[in-house]
Design a protein around this ligand. Structure first.
Ligand SMILES: [Fe+2]
Length: 476
């Protein structure tokens, strides 16, 4: 009898263990939506974000390529409930500059891991950088995400050694789980193998509070609000990049503008580049809207004051590149044609202003050229065209003297890649660092009075602009 009881207890224990293990195994869900972003120094640190359907651990392993990734130290992060799923975030620091790393994310306890991904750290001792720029995927169904991903595949093929990918915002259309899943599933081949530079678009910012910051693990600038996106900066090669949040209040908050001034003035990089979503030079359907007009009025003087070389922006789903501009007017620039990287290239030499580039859309929602774009926008255009026949991507390669930009269209039908625009700059002299600049307050409370003044001023200005410039253009 005793023996039978023992047997029964053993059997029950085995059944209990089997049940517990199977429940645990069932509860551990697959890793999805993996991204690697700037979080600290681009030379030595990264932020990781991923999602699971159910609650699980948050573990990260990172190792230089060639070393055993499975033996790497397990870094534990944090997870929280977001969008009826679980968002996981972890960070790594102390990496070696200029090194290719392998990584995987998941739950170390259950041994559930993502596929192995890769990224490369920058090296601030080096001058060169190369990257891909895409914008406004903004798809709302699987087919359109697939079409945009096919454009991204061509971009990767065009610049296989790129070090990072800039996405100028509007990743998705309605910010639903289905859209984010589709975006990450179709773009995993790129996102898993690079550092992604996400820019907050209005489709994941305005009225979609916290969605952008729930999706990426970015080291936002001090005092940057994270409700509608965030702003941050980083260095790569001899370039300094400021990523703005153009969802951040109309007009753009004084805190963000002051941060941009402090951030750019503190940099001694040869190239100063802004990445933002709403374009201040474009000729799509959005350019005459009050939010964009106010942003033009607020930002153009700042871009001039800071000596910004390039502004990349999206939002208006058509292709636009300005000549060199300053004070909202074209500045004549000399050119020289030389062989660079084995290719004959025409360079603008030491341009005394900024070039604004809107590389249309990588997706399928494409706008016509708005001939009523507010003056003098079209007068400043080097090229303004629609891209109805395909999705667009752009590539940039730079060093301490050269900035070389190319834009390509991938035909929807033939899938052929065609160059649609090229632009290059040569700087013959080292840009002098800015000295004795005032460090401005970036605290939202301290800058509130200035925000109120700007708001009143800009509302009056935009009403005046509509009455005197926009409406007459629409009527006559
Ligand atoms: Fe947009």
């Amino acid at each position: 009898m005793k023996r039978n009881a023992k047997k029964l207890v053993s059997l029950m224990l085995v059944l209990l263990m089997t049940f517990t293990l199977s429940v645990t195994a069932f509860a551990v869900s697959e890793v999805s939506r993996v991204s690697v972003t700037i979080n600290g120094s681009s030379d030595t640190a990264r932020g990781f974000c991923w999602y699971t359907e159910d609650e699980s651990g948050t573990s990260l392993q990172v190792a230089p390529v060639g070393e055993d990734l499975t033996a790497a130290t397990i870094i534990e992060g944090n997870s929280y409930e977001a969008m009826d799923k679980y968002a996981h975030k972890a960070e790594v620091d102390g990496l070696t500059p200029g090194t290719k790393y392998a990584y995987r994310v998941g739950d170390s306890e259950s041994g559930t891991w993502s596929d192995i991904g890769y990224f490369t750290t920058s090296d601030s001792e080096e001058d060169a950088a190369s990257f891909i720029v895409i914008s406004d995927v903004q798809a709302s169904n699987e087919e359109n995400f697939q079409m945009a991903a096919a454009v991204m595949e061509k971009a990767v093929a065009q610049l296989p050694d790129h070090e990072f990918v800039v996405n100028l915002g509007d990743f998705v259309n309605d910010c639903t789980n289905e859209e984010w899943d589709s975006y990450f599933r179709n773009f995993a081949f790129s996102n898993m193998n690079t550092t992604l530079i996400p820019v907050a678009g209005n489709h994941e910012g305005n009225l979609q509070w916290f969605k952008f910051n729930n999706m990426f693990n970015i080291g936002a600038a001090e005092n940057s609000a994270t409700i509608t996106g965030c702003y941050y900066s980083f260095d790569w090669g001899d370039a300094h990049f400021a990523v703005l949040n153009s969802n951040d209040m109309y007009p753009m908050s004084t805190a963000q503008i002051n941060w941009l001034k402090n951030d750019m003035n503190a940099s001694d990089a040869q190239w100063k580049i802004i990445l933002m979503h709403r374009a201040v030079y474009s000729a799509g359907k959005n350019i005459n809207k009050p939010d964009t007009l106010i942003m033009r009025d607020m930002l153009l003087p700042v871009i001039d004051e800071l000596g910004i070389d390039i502004v990349f922006a999206g939002h208006d789903h058509m292709y636009f590149r300005t000549e060199t501009v300053k004070n909202d007017a074209v500045v004549e620039t000399e050119t020289v044609t030389e062989v660079w990287n084995g290719k004959e290239t025409t360079f603008a030499v030491n341009p005394a202003g900024a070039t604004h580039i809107l590389p249309s859309t990588t997706g399928t929602k494409r706008y016509s050229v708005n001939e009523d774009a507010m003056s003098p926008i079209l007068d400043c255009a080097a090229i303004a065209r629609d891209t109805k026949e395909g999705g667009v991507f752009a590539t940039v390669e730079l060093d301490d003297e050269h900035f070389v930009y190319n834009a390509y269209i991938v035909d929807d039908e033939t899938k052929e890649t065609t160059l649609i625009d090229s632009y290059a700059i040569k700087k013959t002299e080292r840009e002098a660092p800015v000295e004795d600049y005032d460090v401005l307050p970036t605290d939202h409370f301290l800058t509130l009075p200035q925000n109120v003044i700007n708001f009143v001023k800009e509302i009056i200005w935009v009403l005046f602009t509509y009455i005197t410039k926009v409406l007459p253009g629409m009527i006559f």
